[in-house]
Design a protein around this ligand. Sequence first.
Ligand SMILES: Cc1cc2nc3c(=O)[nH]c(=O)nc-3n(C[C@H](O)[C@H](O)[C@H](O)COP(=O)(O)OP(=O)(O)OC[C@H]3O[C@@H](n4cnc5c(N)ncnc54)[C@H](O)[C@@H]3O)c2cc1C
Length: 431
Amino acid sequence: MTQPHIVIIGGGAGGLELATRLGNKLGRKGKARITLIDRNHTHIWKPLLHEVATGTLDVEIDQLSYRAHAAAHGFDFQLGSLTGIKREQQQVILAPVLGDDGEEVLASRALQYDYLVLAIGSVSNHFNTAGVAQHCIFLDSPAQANRFHRHLLDAYLKLNSPGHPKDTLNIAIVGAGATGVELAAELYHAAAELNLYGFDDLRKDRLNISLIEAGPRILPALPERIANSALKELQKLGVKVRTSTKVTAANAAGLQLGDEHLEAELMVWAAGIKAPDFLASLDGLATNRLNQLLVNPKLQTTNDSRIYAIGDCAGFPLPDGKWVPPRAQSAHQMASLVARNILAEFSGKPLQDFKYNDHGSLISLSRFGTVGSLMGNLVGGAMMIEGRIARLAYISLYRMHQVALHGWIKMLVISLVARINRIVRPRLKLH
Ligand SMILES: Cc1cc2nc3c(=O)[nH]c(=O)nc-3n(C[C@H](O)[C@H](O)[C@H](O)COP(=O)(O)OP(=O)(O)OC[C@H]3O[C@@H](n4cnc5c(N)ncnc54)[C@H](O)[C@@H]3O)c2cc1C
């Protein structure tokens, strides 16, 4: 008898945890064939991308090879990018894989599935603002974060060169959600570290960072007390925070804020997300206005029970009329439930309903502090935390992702290696 084939598209915060769990439970025992497909060869946890962008985290060290991980956990990995599905035939369609020089390495393929899980995440939403796609950098993928890092180093080189006409490096970040706020603080940290490596003219006052937010306050998704605490910290660092300010266009020299032009050599767009556009026409699957695939309480897409969707690309309505927020903790919780439901399908047990548990939000202001809230029965509602406890809670989010992938022992070994690397390697990526 042929084994059922479970295909998971997207090896991010949700998809990789799911593939690992199903590989361990079903793949290793020969009860099912599990194939993970991702457009990249390696995985890096997305909430770390702002650290990749500033160079404070070296992606070469922290990334995980899908192929090696798959071999150790009982699933297959295929490199590929989803472009469509044929629900009648139960097939996914993958784009051709191109080499560095644009030559075709693998032709377009169709792959048969018995169960399909879509976990392809989200992309930045620039709301068709003129010039943004051409002139702003997005932190949607490791490649984009690396691109920002290269531009940043080039800008520092120019600033540090004799006779450079400008006194300051102007960086504009659009969107004061978690990504924008964390990036702003991390940039000050990176500049301070660069002073140790020959950029000794890079004083804090030569960094001019503007954080622009259309809404009335920063961190709109978080309680006001936390936002105020983060705001004070950003202002102490020197970040120019501009709320109630709308970006109307971007060009090579900066951002247009209505009638005002804000000069910037580097511009990052971090103002909102949406699921990739092609999901809105994915063989009739229903979506919301952010292109997220509508799912039922079992996390199956509303018009096809063989197709599950998890993480940022899934639209799950909450009782208060909002949607489950696009966060790593949501992707993790959804991956856990879909793993349980697929295992239940295999053993003929009833499927369970998804219940989103908001464990709170944490914002890292790099080495300058961490603020956030913890939620839950343990603390009796929402509790604001700051300082060391908040830092520990923030780090534990990544550690829990590593535990889900590797187990406790390997996670501890990886943490130890990271500590050793901090002694033997430069404190930030310098190339
Ligand atoms: C800078 C930054 C900081 C963040 N900080 C936090 C935080 O502190 N806390 C928090 O909870 N959340 C944070 N988030 C949000 C969090 O990263 C996401 O909510 C989470 O990663 C979503 O998980 P996912 O599995 O849905 O998608 P992702 O983790 O984005 O994974 C999607 C995967 O799908 C692959 N893929 C995409 N398209 C295709 C395709 N067509 N074919 C094949 N593969 C494809 C991608 O390569 C990727 O591996 C942050 C996000 C960013 C950008």
